[in-house]
Design a protein around this ligand. Structure first.
Ligand code: ADP
Ligand code: MG
Length: 468
């Protein structure tokens, strides 16, 4: 029918404007490397990538021992956890956590309210500590603080909030030491808990990778509500670093790559809409194209256009389709994963979310293709970013004649989107291998470092412990 042809035509155009051929991805990776170099050269050298030195000098070795806590403020969900580290055995003997949603009004309220909520949650969690664990902390309880927003660190346990992302906007907390704000709130809670490490969630993930995996973990990357990556850089490559070089000769750099903005990124009308409606228009373009907070919204905008211009869901557009944030990324990944011949899952999601009672198989196929185009684009762009990092640290390239001992680089991954969106993840893994090429001198593996940010923060509190 005519309507269907119109929909196919729109879909075809959309697919073209979202395309990520390999050659383009190589250029995107080169652009990223260019910005990385600019950001390392001088403070503010890149207006996209902050390339923040993290002051993390001791990545966990496996010998850490004792009871440590962590607070993980990442986005939608907030976690507190405790881990008992076994020492020489290099093992986590026990771990417990509690997850709470941050009430929406606290995400855009005052620093005091937000940190009192966080401190109160940690304090209540400490109160549930088993008697048998009390032997295992040093003089006082220590906690790591995984904080997944841009921070200019001033030491391993202090740092200034630069700005908020992912829907948070706590204006009066900006420009102040985030650890002091939490430490003060902990004081008000009446509990003695010391924050020993301020850890970006990507750095926590990297630390967890170092603790857990045999091969060398060089990169930590999160794709959840938002996205970011950190990596181990040669300290002398960080030209803007003015303090004495760390003994290890290495420095973990928090890239804040969500704000990467190559003009080569295949942006569409839907990306423009999402950007315009966000709390930070013009910022975080890379994040807005690949992460969970936005993927569902992008799909929704495309469906709106298909409904308006090709009557995809009947003569009138379902009213709810115009409502923001009605289509979550989990719903998109569910539809994308639908392998039934009649796309029952797609039908069910459309019915449950938008009240669309009847759809034809052809219509459902179009919805499925939209999910696929955007999942593919996101996964492939994320892979290009990681490839750029590997290129920067010299872990790509062609093997010399006859060389057989290909060294393996591990990329520790975390985040709900990477963990749960199987098709996205498959695109990402496949594309990374494609970019490396078959004759590469290095192998690379993406490994899920589950709850990387939280456990990593506890591990880094241990490796930077002040009391034990
Ligand atoms: P955060 O990034 O807030 O620290 P997570 O790493 O747990 O938290 O990521 C949560 C995000 O992951 C959600 O906002 C959502 O976008 C995405 N997500 C969660 N479950 C799924 C799923 N099943 N499929 C796709 N995306 C998911
Ligand atoms: Mg997180």
């Amino acid at each position: 029918t005519n309507k269907l042809q119109q929909a196919e035509k729109l879909l075809h155009e959309f697919r073209q404007s979202s395309a990520t051929p390999l050659a383009l991805l190589h250029q995107v990776a080169n652009d990223l490397v260019h910005e990385m170099n600019a950001g390392l050269a001088v403070e503010g050298g890149s207006d996209q990538l902050k390339m923040l030195p993290t002051y993390v000098q001791n990545l966990p070795s496996g010998k850490e021992k004792g009871l440590f806590y962590a607070v993980d403020l990442g986005g939608t969900n907030f976690r507190v956890l405790r881990v008992l580290l076994g020492g020489k055995s290099g093992q986590i003997l026990s771990q417990e956590f509690k997850e709470v949603a941050i009430p929406r009004e606290l995400m855009v309220g005052t620093g005091k309210d937000l940190f009192d909520f966080i401190a109160g949650t940690l304090a209540a969690f400490v109160d549930t500590e088993d008697e048998s664990l009390k032997l295992h902390f040093g003089k006082v309880r220590e906690s790591g603080f995984a904080f997944s927003f841009p921070v200019r660190q001033t030491s391993v346990k202090s740092g200034i909030v630069i700005h908020w992302t992912k829907g948070f906007k706590v204006e009066d907390a900006v420009g102040k030491d985030i650890v002091k704000q939490l430490q003060d709130a902990l004081g008000r809670s009446g509990h003695q808990i010391v924050i020993s490490a301020l850890v970006n969630d990507t750095v926590g993930t990297l630390a967890g990778g170092r603790y857990n995996f045999e091969e060398e973990t060089m990169v930590g990357c999160i794709i959840g509500t938002g996205t970011n990556a950190c990596y181990v850089e040669r300290a002398d490559a960080v030209q803007k670093w003015e303090d004495p070089l760390p003994k290890s000769g290495e420095m973990v750099i928090n890239m804040e790559w969500g704000n990467f903005r190559s003009h080569l990124l295949p942006r569409t009308f839907a990306d423009e809409e999402v950007d315009r409606e966000s709390v930070n228009p013009g910022c975080q373009w890379f994040e807005k194209m690949i992460s969970g907070m936005y993927l569902g919204e992008i799909v929704r905008h495309v469906l709106v256009r298909l409904a308006e211009e090709a009557s995809l869901f009947g003569a009138s557009v379902p009213v709810k389709l115009y409502e923001r944030r009605t289509l979550g990324t989990p719903a998109v990944s569910k539809m994308h994963a639908d392998t039934s011949t009649d796309l029952q899952v797609v039908a069910k999601v459309l019915r449950q979310v938008y009240g669309v009672e009847t759809t034809t198989l052809e219509e459902r196929k179009i919805v499925h293709k939209v999910c696929d185009i955007l999942g593919e684009r996101g996964g492939r762009l994320a892979a290009a970013g990681l490839y750029g990092i590997l290129k920067k640290i010299g872990r790509t390239g062609t093997a010399m004649n006859g060389a057989t001992d290909r060294k393996k680089t591990v990329i520790a991954m975390d985040g709900g989107l990477f963990e749960h969106h199987g098709t996205y993840r498959a695109y990402m893994e496949e594309t990374l291998q494609e970019l490396m090429g078959s004759g590469a001198a290095y192998e690379v593996a993406l490994r899920l470092q589950n709850d990387g940010s939280g456990i990593g923060a506890a591990l880094l509190a241990a490796s930077h412990s002040q009391f034990s």
